[in-house]
Write a protein that binds this ligand. Structure first.
Ligand code: PLP
Length: 440
């Protein structure tokens, strides 16, 4: 049987047609059968074969509002009927209002936003802004990071997804991570390394770009002093700090943004995912007044047809209203603490749990073969059938018990809708418990 045939065995007509005519992204193209979703409501979704799942990962860590945010859906429909699109010389009430709102909810004096349609485009814009503003070319990022798939963003991405795009955009340099559990380097020592790199690169680095709390590379939370010190180090060397909040933003951490957890205002911040709660594709890059002023003088050589698309910005505005009215940010902190306690119980109960970590409703379970030696389940040697790792199997078993959870290499990534309840958490933890029996 060919790969294609085995992949489509048992699939329904929609799934077979999709497989035949639509490219999947990344490993989904080759390794995963698309499953048709027919209904989604609150924190749950239902597939065509009638199975219902708790969405413990908010699909791609983006459905922060859950799947039935009526205010957003209504606003989107209204905007499509009223003004579906305008060219850049025109604006809409939603665009100006969302720009004002982002200046309000982002930390410090961040003030002016460039809109795009995805996280990767938000990062592309950030990198270009930093280069134009400083007149320097190099960008330092960290190994355990993901910043997107377009050429510039994949070049500043540190994880192995960058390898097929290398050598990538010239002048992108990688630094070590604040990964206390899995690295021999202490997180604060890793900062000294970045300091040294900046010295050795001379005055040629435009910016350091980091996820304030690393997402898909394993939910890495730095020590409290890390991000403030990183900003100081970058500024001492004449480089900007770009914080990529595409995954950590919009309430995930129990604060509006990951940066708020550490009391830091970056020079440039990127957003997407929770910006609309995934109801529309929208990216945003916000900058300080100094940077904004610079582009009053110099043209910002960048833009897309759909920058500030009226329907997408209307969704963003309605999403922010929903976060506020449903008190979702504070709620994420409270229910996140409960989730954290329940995950600690799994850590106690399962020898294959190396560490559980995270903030708010942004948490990870790192699996390990031998907990005392912190040996991770690797990608290749631990395949239990072609294309399936032990960690995939843990997630699949949790799925059999009614909970969808995303996994990256050796970590389960938990980022549910912020409206999740304690009862939902208990149900999901039971499913994870069953899944983790597989790796023990
Ligand atoms: N930056 C971070 C931190 C991300 O997690 C992602 C996607 O997961 C991106 C950028 C890229 O966003 P998108 O997939 O919307 O292009």
């Amino acid at each position: 049987m060919s790969d294609q045939e085995s992949a489509t065995e048992g699939a329904n007509e929609v799934e077979r047609t999709d497989r035949e005519h639509v490219f999947g992204t990344w490993s989904y193209q080759k390794e995963v059968d698309p499953t048709q979703v027919v209904d989604a409501s609150g924190v749950r979704f239902t597939t065509a074969d009638g199975e219902e799942y708790i969405d413990l990962s908010g699909q791609l860590m983006c459905s922060n509002l859950g799947h039935s945010a009526d205010r957003v859906a209504d606003r989107v429909a209204e905007q499509i009927r009223d003004v579906p699109f305008v060219s850049p010389g025109y604006t809409t009430e939603a665009r100006s209002e969302l720009g004002r709102e982002l200046a309000e909810i982002t930390p410090g004096d961040l003030t002016k936003t460039f809109f795009s349609t995805s996280g990767t485009e938000a990062v592309e814009a950030a990198v270009k802004i930093a280069r134009f503003y400083t007149g320097k070319q190099k960008i330092i990022s960290r190994y355990r990071s993901y910043h997107g798939a377009t050429h510039g963003s994949i070049s500043v991405t540190g994880d192995p997804r960058r390898l097929m795009a290398e050598p990538g955009v010239p002048g992108t340099i990688k630094a070590p991570d604040p990964y206390a559990y899995g690295s021999t380097l202490d997180p604060m020592e890793s900062l000294e390394y970045i300091d040294e790199m900046l010295t050795l690169e001379g005055d040629t680095v435009a910016a350091v770009v980091v996820e304030p709390i690393v997402g898909s590379n394993g939910i890495l939370v730095p020590p409290d002093e890390y991000l403030p010190r990183l900003k100081e180090i970058a500024h001492d060397h004449g480089a900007l700090l770009i914080c990529d909040e595409v995954m950590s933003g919009f309430g995930r951490t129990g604060e509006w943004f990951g940066c708020d957890v550490f009391g830091v205002t970056p020079d440039i911040m990127t957003m997407a995912k929770g910006l609309t709660g995934a109801y529309q594709p929208l990216g945003a890059t916000i900058v300080t007044p100094e940077i904004a002023d610079h582009f009053e003088e110099e043209m910002f050589c960048h833009g897309h047809t759909y920058s500030g698309h009226p329907v997408a910005v209307a969704a963003g505005l309605a999403a922010i209203e929903t976060y506020r009215e449903e008190n979702l940010i504070e709620r994420a902190g409270e229910i996140g603490a409960y989730l954290g306690d329940r995950l600690d119980e799994l850590d106690e109960a399962h020898p294959s749990v190396g560490e559980t970590r995270g903030v708010g409703l942004f948490r990870g379970i790192e699996l390990t073969k031998r907990a005392d030696e912190r040996v991770p389940f690797g990608e290749r040697e631990d395949k239990i059938s072609p294309g399936t790792t032990v960690v995939d199997e843990v997630a699949a078993t949790a799925g059999d018990h009614g909970t969808y959870v995303a996994n990256m290499i050796n970590t389960l990534i938990l980022a549910p809708p912020l409206s999740i309840t304690e009862d939902d958490v208990d149900e999901a933890v039971e499913a994870l418990d069953a899944g983790l029996d597989v790796s023990d």
